[in-house]
Ligand binder design. Structure first.
Ligand SMILES: Cc1ncc(COP(=O)(O)O)c(C=O)c1O
Length: 477
């Protein structure tokens, strides 16, 4: 470190040297990822030894720090962007957007409010407008970028609460299926709803919200003095990729005077592909929609987006004036995103979405999404050819669930065996799968949305699972 410089400052040469080291690390990550294990867990004691240190009082040369990070952090990461990560919802990401994040952080761009017309604001307006168009929302719709799907859902629900209830939540009730992501219940809790106001309804055989059940429950609740105000529908559940009957739900909500929020955090982005558009018919009719570009729009973490059918509702819900922010209001044409959501200080998330859409063009996104949908269909095809597999839910929006089955095993044994297969493949480091539970059945689940996954990755993962399945004697299973 150079003592002639102010604190926390590097010379230009030192900055260049560090930037070169960082860019080498990033390029190495992107190029070597397919050859790395998807996960290589560390031990708690090893991590503690390597990283559990006292507060540093003296400077350490950065190359030494990089080596510490490599040994104890980077070499033991679970790579959600790995082509053989099929667990949870993968985050395939892309290099151009990673560079955009580096620029946004380096220039420390503030995207909360603007002292006059600003290119930063315009990039977000333009990019949200592109998403509005891709999701077939009407011209008067608008939105903003948030941290992820959870925040997008909560923002949509906050708008629903404001518009439908004028924020008086007494006896208000909200409805969704038992397959709905936990972020919805969490968001509602944060927004002040209590358990008795949250109606988690049993889903149908295909894990979709059942309109008849919904209708009956709402009618019964009204008789009891409850105030139904919102239905949350899924545009692709996390468990199985199931899509609730969006068009029917829209008509129902309209007739009943209810707000329709759609959680499209997992599957919504598929609407830009031809196949996805058919499956997601009606998504464009939502009053609010949560989407998650850091999943199936291939952005690095963190970026979610909320679209609101009437963009004025966002400002009505969130704008709070303060004397020290008055200067931001001088230009009435200027959009200040702090008035449209929870955050005042917010980073330039829009840049990565904008840069990657411009650099690759939307057709590349379409192709990448189509690959993800087809990958799951390809797995289904392979599984159907072998009687050791039972398909629990077919390929839907890039997700398939299935079980290894063997003669003479009861449900308990099958559950234990399939949990074990997921553990074994994780330990192998070759691929990552997260099992789930559907109607009491423990099932394997693959989410195949990474466009860099090869047919060989899919084939060998299925072969490996079979090998593990066959290697456990029935008595042990
Ligand atoms: C359907 C669905 N909704 C919401 C979320 C939450 O999104 P995030 O993790 O970006 O907050 C997820 C995450 O996987 C999801 O699959």
């Amino acid at each position: 470190m150079d003592n002639s410089l102010p604190p926390l400052t590097l010379s230009a040469d030192n900055m260049r040297a560090l930037a070169t080291q960082v860019s080498e690390l990033i390029v190495e990550h992107f190029t070597s990822l397919p050859q790395l294990p998807v996960t290589r867990p560390a031990t708690m004691s090893g991590l503690n030894q390597g990283l559990g240190e006292p507060l540093p009082t003296q400077p350490t040369p950065v190359p030494q720090l990089f080596s510490q990070l490599k040994t104890h952090v980077f070499d033991h990461m679970t790579h959600l962007d790995h082509p053989r990560n099929f667990a949870f919802v993968p985050g395939p990401s892309n290099f151009v957007s990673a560079m955009a994040d580096a620029i946004a952080a380096s220039l420390n761009v503030f995207s909360g409010g603007f002292l006059g017309p600003s290119g930063v604001a315009q990039i977000e307006l333009t990019t949200v407008e592109w998403l509005r168009e891709l999701f077939h929302f009407p011209a008067e719709a608008g939105g903003l970028f948030v941290s992820g799907g959870s925040m997008a859902n909560m923002t949509g629900l906050a708008v629903a609460r404001h518009v439908m209830l004028a924020n008086n939540t007494t006896n208000a009730a909200v409805y969704f299926s038992d397959q709905t992501h936990s972020s919805v219940a969490k968001g509602l809790r944060i927004l002040g709803f209590q358990q008795f106001q949250i109606r988690k309804l049993p889903s149908d055989k295909r894990f979709r919200l059942c309109l008849d059940t919904l209708r009956q429950r709402i009618a019964a609740d009204r008789l009891q003095g409850m105030v139904p105000f919102c239905v949350v529908a899924n545009a692709g559940t996390t468990n199985t990729g199931a899509v609730d009957p969006l068009l029917d739900l829209h008509h129902f909500c309209k007739a009943e005077g209810l707000w329709l929020h759609v959680d499209g955090a997992y599957g919504g982005s598929a609407v830009i592909s031809e196949q996805g558009r058919k499956v997601l018919e009606g998504i464009e009719l939502a009053d609010s929609l949560g989407i998650d570009p850091h999943k199936w729009l291939f952005q690095p973490y963190e970026i979610g987006c909320v679209l609101i059918r009437n963009r004025e509702h966002l400002k009505d819900t969130f704008k709070v004036s303060a004397e020290y922010l008055k200067i931001l209001e001088q230009n009435s044409e200027q959009v200040n995103f702090c008035d449209y959501g929870v955050q005042l200080t917010r980073g330039f998330r829009a840049l990565k979405m904008w840069l990657s859409l411009k650099a690759f063009g939307v057709e590349a996104f379409r192709d990448a999404i189509t690959i993800g949908i087809r990958n799951a269909e390809h797995i289904e095809y392979m599984l159907r050819a072998d009687p050791c597999w039972d398909i629990v839910t077919p390929a839907q929006l890039g997700i398939i669930t299935f079980r290894f089955v063997a003669e003479g095993m009861d449900e308990n044994a099958l559950n234990t065996l399939n949990d074990r297969l997921a553990r074994e493949i994780i330990l192998s480091g070759y691929a990552l799968l997260s099992p789930t539970i559907l109607n009491g059945k423990h099932v394997l689940r693959m989410c195949t949305i990474n466009p860099r996954t090869t047919p060989e990755d899919l084939q060998y993962t299925v072969q490996l699972l079979k090998k593990f399945g066959e290697s456990f004697p029935v008595s042990v299973q």
